[in-house]
Design a protein around this ligand. Structure first.
Ligand SMILES: [Zn+2]
Length: 396
């Protein structure tokens, strides 16, 4: 059962008797209540301290855990299933969104390269209330080095739409391409630093795109393939490193120090690399796992900001392996929760979201179990609530 129109008033909704993590730093409230009025949080406290109006719709969350809505900060709406998003029947589009996004508790996503016009229409249909879905931010088409687009055959196997991405070879092309996207209204700029099929982007081109994005107040993301790519991009001013680089070994001090000095954020995407490597020898897979978790561990030990992201698109949608790998890299439940909630809200300047507090937007997740005991419980969602409306409800 899904509420059909996110736009209309919802009255009161009360999530009762769950363990509430209002934020990653506060003590949990056992047997608490989150009271929602229309699209906002009205109260969060112990059961005895909140007056639940008799007209409220009540969700029994006993045995479960309540947190702020999750952000997946690295997704792509570029699989063939999203093509012609304006024409797909709302019911089918809704099932696709649920399958990839809302059933895992994501109420906000950042799409880091897809067809701008198509993703814009998808977002518009959600915002108009045609179907339930997350808040979508998007960079539109990512900027790539010349010749970096995979062949039609490879795209076909990956299941990805063939859409033209702006190719940039130098600073003036980067400036023009970034301006064009920013004028259309994208929420950030994505750069692919290098590709096995081309020479890497020159630092001056990255710098030029960063300049345009920052002038418009928008963040810049980079897809690196090596530690050297990370260093070049961070020196050129990018804000967010959208992957670890498991094929290039440990990140040395100079990389980590530069990342720290520039206060960048890291999206680890640990699971996708191992999924790509599933046909390789086990020793190679183990080496990559060790490298990527080592990079994340070093970044966390350095006090760096982590934003949760899986690069979900043509990979399996379930994020539970990502959570397990982040824990393996030494991140605590609370650190992982921060990467899903407060860290992205803060990084993207969204003061209405990220925590459970009166007055904030009612974006919430009800989990079936206790992620403080088993981190995979973060992927086991009972209900997802966006702006006070239930946008996903598990069938069991
Ligand atoms: Zn990606």
């Amino acid at each position: 059962m899904l509420d059909e129109s996110p736009k209309s008033a919802t009255g009161y909704l009360a999530l009762v008797d769950g363990t509430i993590y209002a934020s990653p730093t506060e003590a949990p409230i056992a047997g608490g209540v989150v009271l929602i009025q229309d699209e906002k949080i009205a109260a969060v406290a112990r059961r005895t301290q909140v007056q639940v109006p008799s007209t409220a719709q009540v969700l029994d969350c006993s045995g479960g855990t309540i947190t702020a809505g999750f952000w997946n900060n690295h997704v792509h709406f570029f699989e063939r299933k999203w093509a012609n998003a304006a024409e797909i029947p709302a019911a089918e589009l809704s099932r696709q969104i649920q399958d990839m996004v809302t059933r895992y508790g994501f109420t906000s996503v950042f799409d880091l390269s897809s067809m701008w016009e198509n993703t814009r229409r998808l977002r518009e249909r959600i915002e108009l209330g045609e179907l339930p879905g997350p808040t979508i931010r998007t960079t539109g088409e990512g900027l790539i080095p010349p010749g970096a687009v995979p062949s039609e055959a490879v795209l076909g196997v990956l299941g990805v739409m063939n859409f033209p991405a702006p190719e940039i070879a130098d600073a003036s092309q980067a400036t023009a391409a970034a301006r064009k996207l920013l004028e259309k209204g994208v929420d950030g700029i994505k750069l692919f630093a290098s590709s096995p099929r081309s020479t890497p982007l020159p630092e001056s081109a990255i710098r030029a795109a960063v300049y345009e994005a920052h002038k418009a107040g928008k963040p810049v993301f980079v897809h690196p393939n090596s530690g050297a790519d990370v260093l070049t991009a961070v020196r050129a001013g990018v804000d967010i490193v959208a992957h670890t680089t498991p094929y290039s070994g440990d990140w040395d001090r100079s990389i980590l120090t530069t990342m720290q000095e520039r206060k960048v954020a890291l999206i680890p995407t640990l699971k996708i690399w191992l999924e790509f490597m599933r046909h390789d020898r086990m020793s190679a897979q183990e080496k990559a796992a060790k490298a990527e978790t080592g990079q994340l561990r070093a970044w966390v030990d350095a006090g760096g900001t982590v934003l949760f992201g899986t690069d979900v698109s043509y990979i399996n949608y379930d994020p539970s392996d990502e959570y397990a790998l982040m824990a393996e890299a030494g991140m605590s439940f609370r650190q992982i929760l921060a990467s899903l909630t407060t860290a992205p809200a803060e990084r993207f300047g969204d003061s209405k979201r990220g925590r459970i507090a009166p007055g904030l937007q009612a974006d919430l997740v009800v989990l079936k179990g206790d992620p403080a005991r088993n981190i995979r419980a973060l992927a086991s969602v009972q209900q997802t609530v966006r702006a006070g409306r239930i946008i996903y409800r598990a069938s069991d």
